[in-house]
Design a protein around this ligand. Structure first.
Ligand code: FES
Length: 110
């Protein structure tokens, strides 16, 4: 029997509540449960950077960071940064929608 822990965090500006197995890594939770697939698993040893996330303003390796450690935190993923960058770009200058769509489509990581 695995005991789960209730947590809540803000992911890309949205409050998320979950019950998590204590040993589950943040990158797995974000990819599998929240379908935020921008981060990937590579080395799973904190060396390659494929799993990088921002938690409370700190850059962390999602492969070494447990989801329960993010309880009460603000988490940003590349998907959130994409949305923010798109918004800022389109607000700050005249935006050619097709060009923006192409540029930001390149940031999609599936
Ligand atoms: S998967 Fe390589 S640093 Fe996390």
């Amino acid at each position: 029997m695995t005991l789960k822990k209730k947590i809540s965090m803000t992911v890309n500006g949205q409050l998320v509540n979950a019950e998590i197995e204590p040993r589950r890594h943040l990158v797995d939770y974000l990819r599998e449960d929240l379908h935020l697939k921008g981060a990937h698993l590579g080395c799973e040893q904190g060396a390659c950077g494929a799993c990088v996330k921002e938690v409370d303003g700190q850059i962390i390796c999602g492969c070494l960071f447990l989801t329960v450690q993010a309880d009460g935190s603000v988490v940003e993923t590349v998907e959130g940064l994409k949305k923010m960058a798109f918004s800022l770009l389109c607000k700050s200058q005249s935006c050619v929608t097709t060009r923006c769509s192409v540029d930001f489509a390149l940031l999609e990581c599936y």
